[in-house]
Design a protein around this ligand. Structure first.
Ligand code: PLP
Length: 345
């Protein structure tokens, strides 16, 4: 969900943006009005994530999955080794895509144990010869989240933070590159945030890399090699303004823990529901659970939907249920879900 105050602001702004008589949907991305939105958005990202001066912030088209290709295309030479940690659905897809462009090595694959935990990093089979080591901070589908940034990896860390970006403070200087699509914690779908250390821009992309996927070129063009998704940029800037007003990333983290703990505690204490994820890596953003009596699942989802509790069906890859508790979800939303779960059946 989006914060209700952002939705209200969008409605008033829609036809007459900043008393210009125009809609944000109608202004040119080259004009001063949109330039100001873009500058404001980049400044907010830099402030909220405390992005060091030697990192560039890019806002790219195509969603997170385009970066599954863009990362090896830009950061690995042809045939060069790249290391991937597979901890769930999205890292597996990222590895599958990267395999087309580089010498892919899977350094750990948690599918052997149904992605219910994360093996310690010193058990990963990493090489200091790899171009980078890739992992997914929060596995949206599986409900598994790293509790901290992996330590002791000699190569540059590359991280997919699509579903937990801006939900806790992060030390950007630990990464070569991190990225996130916009449709979970940032706003509507449309843009992908890429934060990259400057020296990595000098790595020559493979000759077949499309121009809009070249990090160096996009940096030079201020992420406007082609027309940006202006409306999504604007909505994201409003969401970042809302996060700052709530107290920033420490406040988002406190809320995320409060929401998730409420639900995990209820599930753990219940004899009808269960969550089998290792408590050390349970996601604060996506709580997966099942009914011990699986035959009740269809009725659960139907009645939840009628009660206004939407989109609780788990991803097809894992089944069961999933409550996505992104930044804008109030604690009262979780309380309503627990009340429903308690009354069900
Ligand atoms: C949603 C998601 C993606 C895919 O995003 P698209 O923008 O649809 O390509 C990738 N990684 C993670 C962790 C996600 O949650």
């Amino acid at each position: 969900m989006l914060p209700p105050s952002v939705m209200a602001r969008l409605q008033t702004d829609f036809g007459d943006w900043c008393h210009s008589g125009l809609s944000i949907m109608e202004v040119s991305h080259r004009g001063p009005e949109f330039r100001a939105v873009a500058a404001d958005l980049l400044a907010r990202f830099r402030r909220l994530l405390q992005v060091p001066a030697n990192y560039e912030i890019l806002l790219l088209p195509g969603g997170a999955q385009l970066q599954f290709a863009g990362i090896p295309m830009n950061l690995a030479g042809q045939g060069e080794r790249v290391d991937y940690a597979i901890t769930g659905h999205w890292s597996r897809l990222a590895a599958k895509e990267a395999q087309r462009y580089a010498d892919l090595r899977v350094v750990v694959d948690m599918h052997d144990t149904h992605c219910r935990g994360i093996a310690p990093v010193d058990a990963w089979d990493c090489s200091d010869q790899a171009a980078y080591c890739y992992y997914t901070d929060n596995e949206t589908v599986n409900g598994v989240e790293f509790s901290s940034i992996p330590e002791g990896i000699a190569t540059d860390l590359v991280c997919d933070m699509s579903s937990n970006i801006l939900s806790r403070p992060v030390d950007v200087s630990r990464f070569g590159l991190l990225f996130a699509c916009s449709q979970k914690n940032l706003g509507p779908a449309g843009l992908t945030l890429v934060i990259i250390r400057q020296d990595l821009l000098a790595r020559a992309p493979s000759p077949f890399t499309p121009s809009i996927m070249s990090y160096a070129l996009q940096q030079e063009k201020e992420s406007m090699k082609n027309t940006p998704v202006t409306f999504a940029w604007y909505v994201v800037s409003l969401v970042l303004e809302w996060i700052e007003a709530q107290g920033g990333l420490a406040a988002m983290d406190a809320l995320a823990k409060q929401r998730a703990n409420l639900l995990y505690d209820y599930i753990d204490s219940s004899d009808r529901y269960e969550n089998l994820i290792d408590p050390a890596v349970r996601s604060r953003m996506n709580v997966v659970f099942t009914l011990k009596d699986a035959s009740q699942q269809a009725a659960f989802l139907r009645e939840a939907d009628t009660a206004g509790l939407k989109f609780l069906k788990g991803h097809v890859a894992v089944g069961g249920m999933r409550a996505s508790l992104y930044n804008a979800m109030p604690v009262s939303g979780v309380e309503r879900l627990i009340d429903f779960m308690d009354a069900f059946g």
